[in-house]
Design a protein around this ligand. Structure first.
Ligand code: HEM
Length: 465
């Protein structure tokens, strides 16, 4: 039954709740975030719904989203068959854990990937080395054919940088190919809205194939198995100062808290990959699509790069000297993540949100459109790709409303890594090449939804500058 003072929303039908209506709106608008925004237009910025057997609140207005992101009692994550079956039936990892367990693990991960001297020195060199290798790869490809699928280069680059972050060493080609095959299959087959057994958990016992249970478990097991092998190889190797060694050292010291274990290490690696890989690759896919559609923006960035770098390759330290390139990265992030939702939250106790009653364990989903793609949130012509909106008087100016990585305790742990990585790729490629639409086959922005938002595949006509 609908609790009293629950937010207004569509009718709750037996068994399905309003799953059918949500599905219909998703088809009509082309995305789940479009569907929840359509509901918000009908019922207001906070929408109460039942999806399958679960009570869900969709939060769409920017004021309500800021409230959601800042409140401790709305910081939990759902605990369900879907979230547990990712990690062997237990609550593990970062994405779907909460309370003290999460805080202890997140502190360790953040310290390692954002602050450790390892990251600053070695990681940056690795990112820069990687960009040199993309430039070589694209140069070789265009000698044969100037029409290139840039996404295939981003995928390998991002995986390489990610594996370096995790393991502290360069990966073998066959390892990267294995992981690329697994992640490609994951992105295509694991729907953003979650598998059907999330709505009707009993189906996993009756028809585990049809309801997506077997595929869901298999996909996650393959990734965990990949990291298990990586840990076994690294266990006896000399220290690499990568994340896995840092975690094993912590376990070996015997002073780690209760939340630390080898199972948890694998689950953290899984979550870093799931949260970081698709988002970084797809942001780059959006970036280069908009760059070929806006030669003026490309030219302006190239002029900045040429003036500041005078022919030398870009490094992570150049971010503050190339504000326009940085603004292209930020605008591409807005275009990507502004078509999505924050990771679902759970109310950890009975509480209120925007004056509505939210019962303990209700799932709450913030729609990022409401905060990054809405005139009401201060974005003029939000559908237009305009890096200039992040510039004022030749310097970078980031509005307080720009929170593509979330905020508060659940803020993204990969923000620095992602932003540095994407900056060097965009700057390095724009320095080396011109990107144009393929003659006779112009690209268009057609957003689609896989595991994360993306655009339909496109090719680029690439020439050396
Ligand atoms: C363009 C790149 C990226 C974007 C736009 C992005 C965005 C986000 C967002 C919106 C959240 C949810 C915050 C919330 O629920 O309030 C999140 C969480 C997270 N991100 Fe990222 N992310 C990116 C890259 C990365 C990378 C590269 C990594 C890992 C190396 C990563 C790891 C995580 C993790 C582990 C979480 C869960 C944090 C938690 O639940 O407390 N992300 N990210």
């Amino acid at each position: 039954r609908k609790p009293r003072y629950f937010p207004p929303g569509p009718a709750w039908f037996p068994i399905l709740g309003c799953a059918w209506e949500l599905r219909r709106l998703q088809k009509e608008t082309g995305s789940l975030s479009g569907a929840t925004q359509a509901l918000a237009r009908r019922y207001g910025p906070v929408v109460g719904a039942r999806v399958g057997r679960e009570r869900v609140v969709f939060v769409c207005g920017s004021k309500a989203i800021h409230e959601l992101l800042s409140r401790d009692e709305l910081n939990g994550r759902p605990d369900s068959d879907v979230t547990r079956s990712r990690t062997g039936g237990k609550r593990r990892g970062l994405l779907f854990t909460d309370s003290e367990f999460l805080q202890e693990q997140k502190r360790f991960v953040l310290r390692h990937i954002n602050e450790a001297s390892f990251r600053k020195e070695v990681m940056r060199e690795s990112i820069e080395e990687e960009v040199r290798s993309i430039i070589d790869g694209v140069t070789r490809a265009i000698e044969k054919n100037p029409v290139v699928d840039m996404y295939s280069f981003f995928r390998i680059h991002v995986l390489n940088a990610f594996c370096f972050l995790i393991s502290g060493q360069t990966s073998q080609q066959h390892e990267l190919s294995d992981l690329e095959a697994i992640t490609a299959s994951f992105s295509e087959n694991v729907p953003l809205a979650g598998p059907i057994f999330g709505l009707f958990p009993f189906l996993r016992h009756i028809c585990p194939d049809y309801c997506g249970y077997n595929l869901h478990v298999e996909m996650h097991e393959k990734i965990l198995e990949f990291f298990h092998k990586k840990v076994e190889v690294l266990r006896d190797a000399a220290s690499t100062r990568g994340f896995i060694h840092a975690y094993l050292d912590k376990l070996n010291l015997g002073q780690s808290g209760d939340s630390f274990s080898e199972e948890q290490l694998l689950a953290v690696c899984l979550d870093l990959l799931i949260a970081g890989y698709d988002s970084t690759c797809n942001t780059l896919k959006f970036a280069f699509l908009y760059l070929i559609l806006h030669p003026d923006i490309q030219k302006k960035a190239q002029e900045e790069i040429d003036t500041v770098l005078q022919g030398r390759l870009p490094t992570v330290e150049d971010r503050s000297y190339l504000p326009y390139v940085e603004s292209i990265v930020l605008e591409s992030i807005r275009m990507f993540v502004g078509r999505s939702h924050y990771v679902p939250r759970r109310a950890t106790k009975d509480t209120q949100l925007s004056g509505y009653f939210i019962r303990k364990n209700t799932t709450i989903i913030g729609n990022i459109r409401g905060i990054l793609m809405d005139e009401a949130a201060g974005w003029h012509n939000p559908e237009d790709f305009d890096p200039g909106r992040f510039m004022r008087d030749g310097s970078l100016k980031i509005s307080d409303n720009f929170s593509p990585f979330g905020s508060g305790k659940r803020r993204c742990v990969g923000e620095v890594f992602a932003r540095e990585n994407m900056f060097v790729v965009v700057a390095g490629l724009l320095q080396a090449f011109n990107f144009e639409t393929v003659p006779g086959n112009p690209a268009t922005v057609e957003a689609v939804e896989n595991f994360t938002p993306t655009v339909k595949p496109y090719k680029t006509y690439v020439t050396l500058r």
